[in-house]
Ligand binder design. Structure first.
Ligand SMILES: [Zn+2]
Length: 449
């Protein structure tokens, strides 16, 4: 089983950097701990994951709409939401080297104690540290202008609840979705983009009548699992649901079920669903004085809706997608380039692959480059393409396999005579001879538009 391989994570990190998916952040200045840049291919892959999410969660659901809020909101939002008070991690400090660690991560603490071999390590009492990033509006750092970088995207969906309800003429049950950056000043522990201080969350708040929340919860739980297996095409055996015990629930949640992925460093969380009840709307009503209640048409009484919240960690999902797609095989593309024992193929779905089609002229002769460029100009209006005329054709195929490109179009010397090209399929390695004039139709059938 590849998952047991200790070095799979190292292979992913190396591939991600070598092929332009994920770079260490601020590298020329020595980096910044647990900060990463998405390179050109990582950016495409991320965009594809994000677009697929939006399509399934917003576009294909008449009961959903999307919004886009700011990272900095009125500070009162975070008082009302409980984040100023409760959004904390318990930390202990090593009395030898003063490093701070999560008091509840006993494994990490034990690991750290090993670094002081032979010495008895003492820790301070656990103390709660707030995870909100603080910053200041205006030019003075006085307390009146303190604001926070949002710790979750959810709050805009609550503060805009009434505006969305009225402007979009929605009736309950309905939901509001958002994708955006969130910030948590927490202890980060490596594993590439798995845990970073800023990250992209895709989440939705689904508003229902109290009493209908348990049913909506079950429905979204199924919908979320389908998204992972049917839409993202992650392997079923690498996904599992974990129900959180009552004493581990967040301050706003009545029930939480997380989705875990089988990472090389162990099973860990990539998504979750919380039943936030009427906690947030109630607090915003109390603090703002706004009427965020909904009128029940039958009884003509007002009530505060309950909220079911599916959340997806998009960066973690991208990491899971890369790991799930990674495969190695023995020299499957032939022996023409001699020494290459192991070949890597990223078996990404066609929807997610950053580059859909590579266009490869067999030689750099004008008679091949001209038609190849013409094909590129036609195809890249519809799909992300990559043009590559360097190195041997075998090497170029392997480069494309390594970044998960589903199709390679080769322009060869026959092309000049038969006005046709060879299309190679990444997974079957089958080659089709296709007329240039039929290429558009050929790919329309094979690729998502
Ligand atoms: Zn220490």
């Amino acid at each position: 089983m590849k998952k047991q391989e200790d070095n799979l994570m190292d292979k992913i990190i190396s591939l991600a950097k070598r092929r332009g998916f994920i770079f260490p952040g601020s590298e020329i200045y020595g980096g910044l701990a647990n900060s990463y840049d998405y390179g050109p291919l990582g950016t495409e892959l991320f965009r594809n994951i994000q677009n697929l999410w939006w399509k399934k969660i917003v576009q294909e659901r008449p009961d959903m709409v999307g919004i886009r809020g700011p990272i900095i909101m009125n500070a009162k939002v975070w008082e009302a939401s409980g984040h100023v008070k409760n959004f904390t991690d318990p930390l202990v400090e090593c009395k030898i080297c003063h490093v701070r660690m999560r008091a509840d991560k006993l494994k990490d603490i034990a690991e750290h104690e090993k670094t002081h071999a032979g010495k008895k390590v003492e820790w301070t009492e656990a103390k709660n540290f707030n995870l909100l990033f603080k910053t200041f509006i205006g030019t003075t750092e006085d307390s009146k202008s303190t604001v926070y970088l949002r710790g979750e995207t959810a709050q805009t969906m609550f503060t805009d609840f009434k505006l969305v309800l009225e402007t979009m003429r929605k009736k309950l049950p309905f939901g509001i979705a958002q994708i955006g950056r969130s910030f948590r000043n927490e202890i980060t522990t490596g594993n590439l983009i798995f845990r970073t201080k800023e990250f992209t969350i895709a989440e939705l708040e689904y508003f229902v009548k109290p009493g209908e929340d348990d049913k909506a919860y079950e429905e979204w739980l199924d919908y979320q699992q389908d998204f992972f297996v049917k839409d993202l095409k992650l392997k079923q055996e690498n996904i599992k649901k974990v129900e959180l015990p009552k004493d581990e629930l967040a301050h706003y949640s009545k029930r939480t079920v997380d989705t875990y992925y089988n990472f090389p460093f162990g099973w860990d969380e990539i998504a979750g669903i919380a039943n936030r009840t009427d906690y947030d709307l109630k607090n915003h009503i109390d603090m703002s004085g706004a009427n965020l209640k909904v009128k029940d048409e039958e009884s003509q009484t007002e009530y505060i809706p309950y909220v079911v919240e599916p959340t997806f960690g998009l960066d973690r999902i991208m990491l899971a997608v890369l790991i799930d797609a990674y495969s190695e095989s023995e020299a499957r593309s032939g022996k023409e380039d001699a020494v290459h024992e192991t070949e890597v193929t990223l078996r990404l779905s066609k929807e997610l692959a950053p580059i859909k089609i590579a266009i490869l002229p067999l030689s750099r002769k004008d008679e091949l480059i001209k038609p190849a460029e013409k094909i590129l100009q036609q195809l890249h209006k519809h799909w992300m393409c990559q043009y590559d005329e360097t190195a041997s054709i075998g090497k170029r195929y392997r480069r494309q396999d390594e970044i998960g490109t589903p199709y390679c179009v080769t322009v060869d010397f026959e092309t000049v005579n038969d006005q046709a090209v060879t299309v190679r399929d990444r997974d079957t390695m089958k080659q089709d001879r296709v007329k240039i004039s039929d290429l558009m139709d050929y790919f329309r059938e094979k690729l998502p538009c």
